[in-house]
Design a protein around this ligand. Structure first.
Ligand code: NDP
Length: 277
């Protein structure tokens, strides 16, 4: 049975599904099938990026569905080599063409790009994209609190979302507090720890008590913390498993036990250093 995903309110008056499918590392030729499986299972949100090289496959998958455009929630991201004002406008048009869409629901600056200091230029272009309707909402990814302050002070426009690495072993409490203070939604990337946490004993034990898998327990942990969560899978059974999380609730003790999982090193790059073009 298709699952109903709750939505959260963003600071620009729109709403965003709290769970979606991530498609990083999904080859373009597999993206359509993954998106199709997700839509059939009840997902309405897809998280892609220009750099993933699969916007065309994602678009093809969306077109297999009879869902109305307004019922879909599509995120893509501006890559690092397009941070200039004019380049950002051009990159958006390229993404829309590849996706086959007239607008995206959410457009994110993928990384702040350490040392380049041009994200404010990109943000000015993105504010215009929101005004001209090519993006319903605009946000950022991998931004530190200093980066966010700079954007807000430089333009007066607060991002709706910051998508950051976040999973039980890298829980980003400081960023969550900063976001809450500034009305920014927190979106968790690599929410399953890239699949590396699936045999964690704390998650396995809690899962056993609820008749759920460690992946489902982790997804519930994100949801109950009010985070937006975008687990990636190309495996139809796992795509279905990951949305089958609305028939149980973690107890306060379960949440505390997961919160207590010791902090490990981040899995992805450090935003204060990452500058890949
Ligand atoms: P995830 O934490 O979502 O883990 C994905 C891995 O877990 C895959 O190997 C997948 O395998 C496996 N998996 C998924 N569900 C299950 C399950 N139920 N049981 C067992 N294994 C499972 O990793 P990602 O790094 O892909 O992060 C998710 C999304 O976040 C990305 O796809 C992307 O959209 C976004 N992201 C954004 C970044 C950014 O800089 N903004 C950086 C990194 C990610 P399989 O596919 O083979 O089924």
């Amino acid at each position: 049975m298709a699952q109903q995903v709750p939505t959260i309110a963003l600071n620009d008056g729109t709403r965003m599904p709290q769970l979606g499918l991530g498609v990083w590392q999904v080859p373009d030729e597999q993206a359509s099938a993954a998106v199709q499986a997700a839509l059939e299972a009840g997902y309405r949100a897809i998280d892609t990026a220009a750099i993933y090289g699969n916007e065309e496959g994602v678009g093809a998958g969306l077109r297999t569905s009879r869902l109305a455009r307004k019922d879909l929630y599509i995120t893509t991201k501006l890559w690092n080599s397009y941070h200039g004002y004019a380049d950002a406008h051009k990159a958006m048009d390229e993404s829309l063409t590849k996706l086959g869409l007239a607008y995206v629901d959410l457009y994110l600056i993928h990384w702040p790009v350490a040392g380049s200091d041009r994200f404010v230029d990109a943000w000015r272009a993105m504010i215009e994209m929101r005004e001209d309707g090519r993006a319903r909402s605009i946000g950022v990814s991998n931004f530190t609190s200093a980066n966010l302050r700079r954007l807000i002070e430089g333009t007066g426009v607060t991002p709706a979302v910051n998508q950051i690495e976040l999973h039980p072993a890298f829980a980003q409490e400081d960023m969550r507090v900063f976001h809450a203070e500034h009305g920014i939604a927190t979106e968790s990337w690599s929410p399953l720890g890239q699949g590396k946490m699936l045999d964690h004993p704390v998650l396995a034990e809690i899962g056993k008590q609820h008749g759920k898998t460690p992946a489902q327990v982790m997804i519930r942990w994100h949801l109950q913390h009010g985070l937006v969560v975008i687990p990636k899978s190309v495996t139809p059974a796992r795509i279905r498993e990951n949305i089958n999380v609305f028939d149980f609730t973690l107890t306060a003790q379960d949440m505390d036990a997961i919160d207590g999982i010791p902090e490990a090193d981040r899995l992805g790059p450090d935003p204060e250093k990452f500058a890949m073009a």
